[in-house]
Design a protein around this ligand. Sequence first.
Ligand code: GDP
Length: 616
Amino acid sequence: MQAPTIGGVQVPRGDGTTIVQVRQGASLTDFADKINANPASLVTVLFHLGEMATATQSLDEDTFKVLGSELGYDIRMVSPEEEEKELFDSFNIDLEFGVDSEDEDDLEARPPVVTVMGHVDHGKTRLLDAIRNANVQAGEAGGITQHIGAYQIHREHEGVDRPITFIDTPGHEAFTAMRARGAKVTDIAILVVAADDGVMPQTIEALNHAQAADVPIVVAVNKIDVEGANPAKIRQQLTEYNLVAEEYGGETMFVDVSAKQGQNIEELLEAVLLTADAALDLRANPDRDARGVAIEANLDKGRGATATVLIQSGTLRVGDAIVTGSSYGRVRAMLDEHGNQVPEATPSRPVQVLGLSSVPRAGDTFVVAPDDRTARQIAEKREAADRQASLAKARKRISLEDLNQALAAGKVDTLNLILKGDVSGSVEALEDALLQIDVGDDVDLRIIDRGVGAITMNNINLAMASNAIIIGFNVRAEGQNADYAEREGVEIRYYSVIYQAIEEIEAALKGMLKPEFEEVELGTAEIREIFRSSKFGNIAGSIVRSGEIKRGSKARITRDGVVIAENVEIAGLRRFKDDVTEVREGYECGINLGSFNDLQLGDLIATYEMREKPRA
Ligand code: GDP
């Protein structure tokens, strides 16, 4: 049987039970990939179902369901987590871990992982320092010399040596960013509140974030050394937020500390351990392939991509093949916070890992793979998925190509540029030349920053904050920075010839950069009868199947899905005896296709228009 066509396009069909998985936020292009169809055809089909969408726009579940049922597919939307699980299932890697999903006998106690949160200037950083130093005094050899994003200290508790892991990025932003990416790293939050200041907006925010994540809180009432500090008032204030101190009959431990004077730090650590023991079942299976989360990552000049990972389950060893985010590799070496090499890392231990192919993102999960090849394959699949997701998402904030549209739409009235070059001479020359461009009255061209050297994170942040485009003249943004710009939609243009830069920017300002067009279908009609007219040539008696047919528009004629003519004009359009300009879906009409006369019953006339393509 011939596959039926919709709107003149042929799309591979399912039988109604064919299951197709589509990730949340996917576009028609993603779906087209899965069923081996042309994305443009799906745009057409969807249009016939009454929905307009571009090929790369991300669609909701309902829209996919409607499209799926039309085409005979049972569409299942999957979350990124489900997709991830499936990816690992396909390599026979078990992602399940933890107290609820593992055998009691395999579980062993693991240290708590702590994040310090609170209002700005209440002493989070100072407290993390104090904890680190207290431990040095307590006899930790060498002291903590390296910043690797997390550190572990030891404390004797009821005669047992108890390690505690601290995430060395204070604040709830990083905590929440990681959570947003599905990584639950923190077991306990220390909420720092300055006794001389009291509960502040970020105190409440931090508290809300911790409570939302179901993470127990220990309150450190800090700066008790300051005159006029009132720790009792903090306890009072926090009762309003369901944090009732133990001494008032509640469940939350409050410890008065001075991070500056190192006062009561031991008591705070004690409170963390007591809270952990009372509220949490912190156990993990050390005897399996490791998995965990990347909490910090860097590109190091000498050592390449490094990542600090926190082990959540299993034991990581030098030589293991690992994959984290879309980065992979073999663990070449592992360093602890003292800068010492360690051969293995057990649950709750943070280690800096050397040997990755690229820099992962904070919050990326990492998993040990059976071998290098599998690690690479998983990384590649993830990268492809990431690319799709970011394609659907990241539009450039502002780009040279669509500058003119943005200007016309009143979205911007200034082109902000940041210039970076290899030598100051070329930056100056470029700046001079740019400022001489005659931009007319409607637009301003401003150079908001300039400098020599590679494009830095700071440059990108400034570009984000002020909607600027970065010009790199013989310099580039590399590694992490390039990724960051890409992810945040900051356009960076690279040049090595000054006049080329000038030309392109001038063209952009004048709207002369060539736009790209894409076809948008307007309507389709099916030929039901053919009238021969000596005066007009053939008239196609048709019924409009979708959208509307407009006089003067361009049409494509298809016969059983095969194109037999392109670029044919709708020269005349009639309803009964009247000339009309347009006819809508469901109505009959007579269509005159000018000199095109090769018509047959059942032919489909599809009209379209070329529209400027929104640029990704
Ligand atoms: P963060 O923004 O929460 O990380 O706060 P910081 O740790 O940077 O501390 C902010 C300011 O408060 C710094 O000047 C610290 O030296 C000071 N500070 C922190 N803890 C104490 C303390 O216990 N007593 C006193 N007097 N000052 C402190």
